[in-house]
Design a protein around this ligand. Structure first.
Ligand code: ADP
Ligand code: MG
Length: 657
């Protein structure tokens, strides 16, 4: 495996450096500093800029370093307790400035009228006065470098050791020449030198830019290496499916696949045909048609008489998938469902059928990983929302697989830049385009005092026999006066449409009550559902064409988008109304973004811009590395370049043998 912080081959140990004996060596060991590589990559924790600046550009209370001519004889005053004040007037950048040193009486002799001096301290713009901390003697100027050394030694001492490494050692590794040119980067040696021995802020910035790129470049190469290892080559992993049969099946579909669906299906089929285990993520918004793509893969497996397992995190999702697959295949595939609520008798029957190979596709929850679930020949595993499964759970299912092909599905649009880090070791297929005929949900933003208008619009939808979701963010009494709580909103709708038409479901209800309420809504017994965000978790009522989200500013873009995904599930035009009196610019921006696009990927990119990527990393907390300079939360643009470069580089390496 490529190592990131290894640029000197056979690095000498720390004790080879002057002045480092066994005692110091042990202390450095505690800081994980063992050898020359560790030394040069132990970067400064901060800099104190002691290079001279232009005082006319300084603001009040800035820490400044300036040079000027001494205009008056220094005046020294002593106070009680041995305290002292030394005052001198200097001309600095054309200004007449009072400079005061506290408790450094010995400086009096160094300050001579007509001479010049360099000082650093805090600038009081109003009084044109500098509270000087130090008089700088050394002519070199530049920066004071600070290191975190846990009190083991002084930063200056460590600097000497670093300098010795630069003197003694040859830096064997560097970024490829063409990359350095393309991105105007320094060599690694140069960059590290500038960071340890900086001359000016520009050098530090350029050096940081170089090391950042270097870290992300190596990180990408490491990920690619990991991918290679993951995709084990084995003739056994080839699924030599019947291409003709698959084509014929596609021809029988009631619709034409979108080009994104075709491309994704092709990518998956290519994986199947190869002697490499598939490790692919299929990403697509709710309703983009992932199910049919996954279905095609399982059909391909069926053509060689083998089996597919689809594992989902919840019973609700299992039911939904089961329904959709039954519709798609209409008897051409033997499909079964296995969950925690499957009866014992049925379970026995399913287990038997799986062992005998009579079931082509099994859809289920964690129940699938149990030991008594045995396959005749499992060759494809599909998991939905895989981040909700533990590594062990996935592994246990994978252990039952004969041909190690895994397809992950997710309906959470993740910005491309982030998928690179979070799913960097997977291949990714993306479905962006929605099926033809799908009408984007028309989204509006209304103020609270326009609620009547919203109720009128809902009345019109109900006339057409459609149903509606009303989302209220809280069940508790409102925190602030204008925050409508769910009870209040329920009241609003029952007043207008009558109790017989409005259902209430919220997080505080008993599960039986909740599901009874949901059922009345799903069966259209009650066409209006007022609820907290509980409906976020998989519910499918294609007849629902209207959604109102109260206090929409309380939700992030991705939640709003997930909520909106509950409507627009048929060929009928759907509507989403955000009711909100936003208080902040950010909240306003979110309302504007929501009304301007229904594209989940575009939203997620915008979300990334607004919030930064912190939240997305929860999606997959696999050991993201700690970098010295790079920060995944900020440097995702650099990451993109580093990734492209790494791909090119690896391809070139392969071509060169
Ligand atoms: P997802 O799983 O991505 O949320 P689905 O696969 O459930 O989406 O598809 C949503 C609906 O769109 C389904 O009713 C499906 O039959 C239909 N559908 C899928 N692909 C197409 C297509 N290319 N043209 C028209 N309808 C499609
Ligand atoms: Mg394969």
């Amino acid at each position: 495996m490529l190592s990131m912080y290894h640029v000197i081959t056979s690095p000498p140990p720390v004790e080879d450096m002057k002045g480092v004996g066994p005692k110091l060596r042990d202390k450095l060991l505690e800081l994980d500093i063992r050898n020359a590589n560790d030394i040069v990559f132990h970067l400064p924790s901060g800099y104190e800029n002691l290079s001279v600046m232009d005082l006319t550009e300084a603001r009040h209370n800035d820490k400044v370093t300036v040079a000027g001519d001494i205009k008056t004889e220094p005046a020294l005053a002593f106070f009680r307790g041995g305290k002292s004040r030394l005052t001198v007037f200097m001309e600095v950048n054309g200004m007449y400035v009072k400079v005061v040193f506290f408790n450094q009486p010995y400086l009096k002799d160094k300050l001579k009228v007509g001479g010049s001096a360099r000082i650093s301290g805090k600038f009081n713009l109003h009084k044109l006065e500098i509270n000087a901390q130090r008089l700088i003697f050394d002519a070199s100027g530049g920066f004071h470098v600070k290191y975190h050394l846990g009190g083991v030694m002084h930063s200056k001492t460590f600097s000497k050791i670093v300098a010795e490494v630069f003197e003694k050692c040859i830096f064997n590794y560097d970024l490829p020449e063409d990359l350095k040119q393309k991105y105007r980067l320094l060599s690694i040696r140069e960059a590290l030198w500038h960071l340890h021995f900086p001359k000016n802020p520009h050098d530090i910035n350029e050096a940081r830019r170089t090391i950042k790129f270097y870290e992300l470049f190596i990180f990408q190469l490491q990920l690619m290496e990991k991918r290679r290892q993951e995709r084990v080559r084995n003739e056994r992993y080839i699924v030599d499916y019947d291409v003709e049969a698959l084509r014929e099946f596609i021809d029988t579909l009631p619709f034409e696949l979108t080009s994104d669906q075709k491309r994704s299906a092709n990518e998956i089929c290519r994986d199947l045909k190869q002697n490499i285990s598939m490790h692919r993520l299929l990403q697509g918004d709710v309703g983009s048609g992932k199910t049919i793509v996954a279905g095609l893969a399982s059909y391909a497996i069926r053509t060689i008489g083998e089996q597919t397992a689809l594992m989902v995190p919840t019973e609700v999702l299992a039911n939904q998938h089961y329904q959709s697959f039954m519709e798609i295949f209409d008897g051409r595939l033997n499909i079964a469902k296995l969950t925690g609520t499957t009866s014992r008798k049925e379970k026995m029957y399913i287990q038997e059928a799986l062992r005998e190979g009579e079931i082509d596709l099994i859809i289920g929850t964690h129940a699938l990983i149990e030991d008594d679930v045995v396959f005749r020949r499992l060759s494809l595993i599909i998991t939905d929302e895989q981040h909700r499964f533990g590594v062990n759970q996935r592994k246990r299912l994978n252990d039952k697989s004969y041909r190690k092909n895994v397809l992950y599905m997710t309906a959470t649009p993740i910005p491309r830049t982030l998928s690179i880090t979070t799913f960097g070791d997977m291949d990714i297929s993306i479905i962006k385009e929605m099926p033809k005929g799908r009408k984007p949900v028309k989204t509006y933003w209304r103020r609270f005092d326009e609620t009547d208008e919203v109720l009128d619009a809902l009345a019109a939808e109900m006339e057409k026999g459609h149903s509606a979701y009303i989302v209220a963010p809280l069940i508790e009494e409102s925190e602030t006066l204008d925050l409508k709580n769910v009870q209040e909103i329920f009241q609003l709708f029952t007043d207008r449409f009558g109790e017989e038409n409005v259902e209430l479901v919220h997080g505080r209800m008993k599960p039986e009550e909740k599901s009874a309420g949901m059922k009345r809504f799903e069966s259209h017994e009650k066409p209006v559902l007022v609820s907290t965000t509980v409906i976020e978790v998989g519910i499918n009522v294609p007849n629902a064409t209207f959604m109102v989200i109260f206090n929409a500013e309380r939700f992030g873009l991705s939640t709003l988008h997930q909520l909106r995904g509950r409507v627009g599930r048929s060929d009928k035009q759907s509507y989403c109304v955000l009711v909100s009196d936003p208080k902040t610019e950010n909240a306003k921006l979110r309302m504007d973004i929501m009304t301007s696009t229904t594209d989940g990927f575009e939203l997620s990119e915008q979300d990334l811009e607004m919030r930064g990527p912190g939240d997305y990393f929860g999606v997959r907390q696999s050991g993201l590395p700690q970098f010295k300079v790079a920060d995944l939360a900020e440097d995702y643009r650099v990451l993109e370049h580093a990734r492209m470069s790494a791909i090119d580089y690896a391809a070139k390496m392969e071509a060169d043998g």
